[in-house]
Design a protein around this ligand. Structure first.
Ligand code: ZN
Length: 86
């Protein structure tokens, strides 16, 4: 249980704003979906519950894709477009 509490989890929300990000900061984040680390300098995505950037989380693109998070109403297909470009 302690382990679960320590893990960063994605806040619950009706929808999530997802945008690709790559930082030049030598930081390491913990992906809220798989619990593994991710480097800021790798290609990843920023997930903001209902567009609330104060609750944003850095996550692996593949984890977000697998989680099939609901996107912003009226803006479907952002993630598919991101994935389709690779
Ligand atoms: Zn992940």
């Amino acid at each position: 249980m302690t382990r679960r509490q320590r893990a960063k989890r994605l806040p619950e929300a009706q929808w999530y704003s997802i945008r690709p990000v790559r930082s030049l900061k030598p930081a390491t984040y913990t992906c809220p979906l798989c619990g593994h680390r991710l480097h800021a300098m790798s290609d990843h995505v920023l997930v903001a519950p209902e567009g609330d950037t104060s609750r944003r989380r850095h996550a692996h693109l593949e984890c977000v894709a697998a989680a099939n998070l609901p996107g912003r109403p009226g803006q479907p297909g952002l993630l598919s477009r991101l994935l389709g470009r690779g």
